[in-house]
Design a protein around this ligand. Structure first.
Ligand code: C2E
Ligand code: CA
Ligand code: CA
Ligand code: CA
Length: 279
């Protein structure tokens, strides 16, 4: 189960099976997975421009007893449709806070930030802000190291409520990163209104950075715009030195991708990046 980032198994391929039966099965299996705690977080390192690890993004995996590791691409959409995402998301939040607590006790990792992905349905739950506050409180972590990754599409329809919740959490130091930036519909108007600290450039733009001139222009424009709005920028999906050099030359500042590391199990991650490697 080592290279889970890339070589995950794909059982629930909608093109190959009867979609409806599959959905029912998957929903039933997901409920069981929640009860039996079959989920696991993997951690992908984030690097700063000095080449130092500054934190990680937590990415969920489903360790199925018979089927092995299942990618979130296979089950998060169904979890969102069925509403099970709120329970899964709450587990992710608590697990992430538990991990931050461990890192904050270690000299080498005490300043690490940890980003988690938050689905629209989860974020729009009336008690979401309280959930976050409760988790932070029960694990005694430094609030400012928890980062929530939101996507553009979830913001637009509920902009006022979203801003309100973001402000509630922003006041206690929680950070927000706008995920998959460039793939949605955010206007500059929205960007200005949202209390964000970071834009995350989607990997689709990073992929052909060195070969596709329009993608290069898009990336450079995002970086310039973000900085002029006082936001920091992270590029996801950095796979080559060439991409890194280009991004670095244009002041991107933060990087994540296979060039540095795939997402790792907690033991592997701690072994790489923590001083005390005994978890
Ligand atoms: P995302 O948030 O855009 O995460 C980035 C995805 O790109 C991850 O896939 C990551 O493993 C992969 N990746 C990282 N570096 C590279 C690279 O250099 N090249 C390429 N080609 N890919 C790279 P993963 O882990 O399969 O996650 C897929 C999506 O599932 C995530 O996309 C996110 O939308 C969702 N997801 C993952 N964990 C959670 C979670 O805890 N909660 C929710 N709601 N969604 C999650
Ligand atoms: Ca993400
Ligand atoms: Ca992405
Ligand atoms: Ca995404």
């Amino acid at each position: 189960a080592k290279k889970a980032g890339r070589n995950t198994l794909r059982f629930f391929d909608p093109l190959m099976q009867e979609t409806i039966n599959m959905r029912v099965d998957l929903e039933r299996e997901l409920k069981k997975a929640i009860e039996q705690k079959q989920f696991e977080l993997y951690y992908q390192v984030q690097m700063n421009s000095a080449g130092q690890p500054s934190g990680a993004e937590a990415l969920i995996r489903w360790r199925h007893p018979e089927r092995g590791i299942i990618s979130p691409i296979q089950f998060i959409p169904v979890a969102e449709e069925t509403g099970l995402i709120t329970q899964i998301g709450e587990w992710v939040l608590n697990q992430a806070c538990l991990q931050l607590q461990a890192w904050q006790l270690d000299q080498a990792s005490k300043d690490f930030s940890l980003a988690i992905n938050v689905s629209a349905k989860q974020f729009l739950q009336p008690d979401f802000a309280n959930q976050v506050k409760n988790s932070i409180r029960s694990f005694h972590i430094d609030n400012t190291k928890l980062k929530l990754e939101l996507t553009e599409s979830m913001l637009i329809d509920n902009i006022e409520y979203v801003i309100h919740t973001m402000n509630t959490l922003g006041e206690i130091g929680i950070q927000f990163s706008l995920d998959d930036f460039g793939t949605g519909y955010s206007s500059l108007q929205y960007l200005k209104m949202l209390p964000l600290s970071q834009l995350k450039i989607d990997q689709s733009f990073v992929r052909d950075l060195a070969t596709d001139n329009s993608n290069k222009t898009i990336v450079l424009t995002i970086i310039t715009m973000a900085h002029s709005l006082g936001l920091n920028v992270i590029a996801e999906g950095v796979e080559t030195d060439e991409q890194l050099q280009l991004l670095n030359a244009h002041g991107c500042g933060n990087y994540q991708g296979y060039y540095f590391s795939e997402p790792l199990s907690i033991n592997e991650f701690n072994h790489q990046y923590m001083q005390f490697k005994n978890n």
